[in-house]
Design a protein around this ligand. Sequence first.
Ligand code: 9YT
Length: 134
Amino acid sequence: MIIRTLQQAEQTNRKIVSPDGNWDSTRLLLKEDQMGFSFHITTIYKGADFQMHYQNHLESVYCISGEGEVETLDDGKKRSITPGTIYILDQHDKHVLRAFSEMKMACVFNPPLNGKEVHNPEGAYELQADSINS
Ligand code: 9YT
């Protein structure tokens, strides 16, 4: 069994701060743990409004706190995101996330992240990113 705490992990290089200033993410479980998925606690900063397109990954995002909306760009549908809502990007959906207040999210990725991923210009994570140990 592996035990980690968010409070400790936030003090290490498991916490990645997005260069675009929209979010930070503490990656509690990564590929090197060999679980087949990764698990992160992500903070989306108030006022963030940005596009993502996870072409190489499937992602589920559960809202713990805060309020916002997610828009799928293929059909223009906007869905409200409030505590208790999960959105599941089962179609590699191109989407925009807007945070009306600071949002705390629990995120799961398959395949798992290596650790140091930040979004490329298309809003995806590359499969070959560095691990937190490199
Ligand atoms: C909700 C979302 O996808 N935010 C971007 C950060 C990502 N969840 C991550 O790397 O943990």
